[in-house]
Design a protein around this ligand. Structure first.
Ligand SMILES: [Fe+2]
Length: 315
């Protein structure tokens, strides 16, 4: 696909740091639409899944317009596929930019991942090999996306369940160098750090201490599911104790950035969701608001699984 002739994809723009701390927010989800149209929500801001509103001009768009008129909104996408070797999808980016002009988000985010190849969208956030070649590849594409959107781009660390033998750079170093090279911001999902650390045997605290704190503009919180050998990033239960501990550490190191609670299955009613979100304030006071992690068989773990080391070849 040809690039729009008006695009300047070569010039680097100044860094986009200094984005505001929006406070405590939640995802905008269908389940809460009617509540939000009739109540003043007790949250500071909302994050939308961009794809839920692209080409959607029905009731959902009306709700979005209302919410964006009363609270700050951030756009969070799942289809950028910044790591793919496919060309960037300029039709998708045009729609993303049009939605951004409608919403006027504080920033636009997506994930360090690839979601497909050969024009196929797998609708999965697939992990990348992390090395100098892929860093160069993603750096160039981030420049192009930022120059096109003319808005801050923020990238999130994904949860992952396998690693590549070709990887030579730690994920926290890869993201930090990417942010340094492009001026993009980082979305630090501390639950994803916990999940990936558990699955791959790295120290989640070391990850959070090592990532570029100046580049982090947002944090995600969520609750995973204990599947025994693996933790799975299910977003379907309360935030566990260890994730709250990592959150407190991250906020101390970053100096305080926007916090977003993700909850995408078994979603509670809005007031209950706010109760879970407000635990962030307790966590920052050093209290322990965490819950046990539910197992995949529906039972609860006695305590949170701890980061552990195991010996395995990368796959
Ligand atoms: Fe996340």
């Amino acid at each position: 696909m040809m690039l729009d002739s008006t695009l300047d994809v070569s010039a680097s723009r100044p860094p986009r740091r200094g984005l505001p701390n929006l406070g405590l927010g939640v995802g905008l989800r269908n389940k809460h639409f009617s509540y939000l149209m009739t109540h003043d929500p007790d949250v500071d801001w909302f994050e939308i899944i961009s794809e839920n509103f692209i080409d959607n001009y029905g009731y959902a768009r009306s709700v979005l317009k209302h919410v964006a008129s009363v609270r700050s909104v951030v756009m969070h996408g799942v289809s950028l596929s910044i790591g793919s070797t496919d060309p960037l999808d300029w039709e998708y980016l045009k729609k993303l930019k049009a939605l951004a002009e409608f919403v006027n988000p504080a920033w636009v985010s997506d994930h360090l991942c690839w979601t497909g190849v050969a024009g196929v969208n797998t609708h999965d956030l697939l992990p990348m090999p992390l090395n100098e070649e892929s860093l160069s590849h993603v750096t160039e594409r981030v420049h192009q996306v930022q120059n096109f959107l003319e808005r801050p781009l923020v990238l999130e660390n994904p949860s992952s369940y396998l690693e590549f033998k070709e990887s030579t750079i730690a994920e926290w170093t890869f993201l930090s160098e990417l942010a340094s090279e492009t001026g993009c911001g980082l979305l630090l999902d501390v639950n994803n750090v916990y999940v990936s650390g558990y699955n791959h045997g790295f120290d989640a605290e070391h990850y959070i201490r090592s990532i570029s704190h100046d580049a982090v503009v947002q944090i995600h919180l969520a609750g995973p599911t204990d599947c025994g050998r693996y933790l799975v990033d299910t977003h379907d239960q309360p935030v566990p104790t260890r994730v709250w501990e990592l959150y407190k550490l991250a906020q101390e190191l970053t100096g305080g950035v926007s916090t977003l609670l993700e909850w995408d299955a078994n979603i509670p009613d809005f007031p209950e969701l706010v109760v879970e979100l407000r635990k962030a304030e307790a966590a920052l006071r050093g209290e322990n608001p965490g819950a046990p992690i539910h197992k995949s068989d529906g039972t609860s773990a006695v305590s949170n699984p701890v980061d552990f080391q195991f010996s395995t070849d990368n796959v």
